[in-house]
Design a protein around this ligand. Structure first.
Ligand SMILES: Nc1ncnc2c1ncn2[C@@H]1O[C@H](COP(=O)(O)OP(=O)(O)OP(=O)(O)O)[C@@H](O)[C@H]1O
Length: 290
């Protein structure tokens, strides 16, 4: 079953394009990555699918229901962490979270305490006394306290230190194991790589590719780095080689194709060192942004 289904979802702010003809399906139980640079249209797509803003055209269906018609019903089952969070500064964290919890027909007290412990959040501090990272933690607890079926996380890790990021990822993985579907928007490819099953890439408001993370990494480019005397980069002038860089005794490049071709060329060289690596998502996607 598709938890999220977007059909030609389009949002213009006056003449400015927010997102255009976005088609996307997120299946139940997936952790789906949504990747793009700043201003690519991630937040616009998310806000439109949540019917927090209205689409110019197209439709969003969540849990099989139209997002506008059933907006308030759907949102009860969603945990949404917006990219920017604004709070009443004078409130205590616990009062704010209890207030959020009051919108749901369930007792969230225990879950608030559990989440605060996992995220190391002091519930008795005032919002105005919290650092940016701690405010982000409030948002995370707020998004999860009602045990939603769908989590929509818009740039959730900004402001979290690396240790806290890992704790947060573990928490998301645990939620996912318990059946929660996750849409994870980010401009940091390595975190999407760590967490997601599939990924959609958005650029200038339009989806340019949707890929399975595993096939993406296995079936695509390999990154070769070699060191040796008299390496002539002209030798690697074959189809499938890209982004070749030569510096002194070192040559690196990406290759997509029959690796035997590369091995054959390598066998004619006198090498000091060689490494063959899986490229990072960043490297794989680089050409989309050129
Ligand atoms: N309220 C608005 N009014 C006018 N233009 C807007 C508005 N909100 C977003 N935009 C424009 O829509 C485009 C997409 O922005 P959006 O915030 O959705 O991108 P994003 O991928 O979420 O980026 P970021 O990570 O920087 O938030 C940008 O060109 C942005 O300037």
């Amino acid at each position: 079953m598709n938890v999220i289904e977007l059909k030609d979802l389009t949002k213009y702010y006056g003449k400015a394009k927010g997102c255009k003809d976005v088609n996307l399906e997120v299946k139940e139980g997936e952790i789906f990555g949504f990747i793009g640079p700043n201003g690519a249209g991630k937040s616009t797509t998310i806000r439109t699918m949540l019917s927090l803003i209205y689409p110019t055209s197209g439709t969003a269906t969540i849990f099989g229901k139209d997002a506008i018609e059933f907006g308030s019903e759907i949102r009860k089952e969603i945990g949404y962490l917006p990219s920017e969070i604004f709070y009443y500064d004078k409130m205590k964290v616990i009062d704010l979270l209890n207030y959020s919890a009051s919108f749901y027909d369930k007792d969230c007290t225990q879950r608030i305490a559990e989440l605060a412990e996992i995220m190391e959040l002091d519930l008795n501090r005032r919002i105005q006394d919290l650092s940016y990272g701690n405010k982000k933690k409030v948002g995370i607890v707020q998004g999860l306290l009602h045990s939603p079926k769908l989590l929509i996380l818009d740039e959730p890790t900004t402001g979290l230190d690396p240790l806290m990021q890992q704790k947060f990822f573990k928490l998301i993985e645990q939620e996912n194991k318990n059946g929660v579907t996750v849409l994870f928007s980010s401009h940091i490819l390595s975190e999407v790589q760590q967490l997601c099953n599939r990924v959609a890439i958005i650029k200038d408001g339009e989806i340019i590719s949707i890929q399975d993370i595993k096939t993406l990494q296995k079936d695509s480019y390999k990154k070769f780095s070699i060191t040796g005397k008299n390496l002539n980069n002209g030798k690697f002038d074959i189809s499938g080689v890209s982004q070749l860089i030569q510096k002194d005794d070192h040559v690196s490049f990406f290759f997509k194709g029959d690796v035997n071709q590369i091995v054959k060329i390598m066998s004619t060289l006198k090498l000091k060192d060689i490494s063959i690596e899986e490229p990072t998502l960043e490297e794989i996607f680089m050409h989309y942004y050129e």
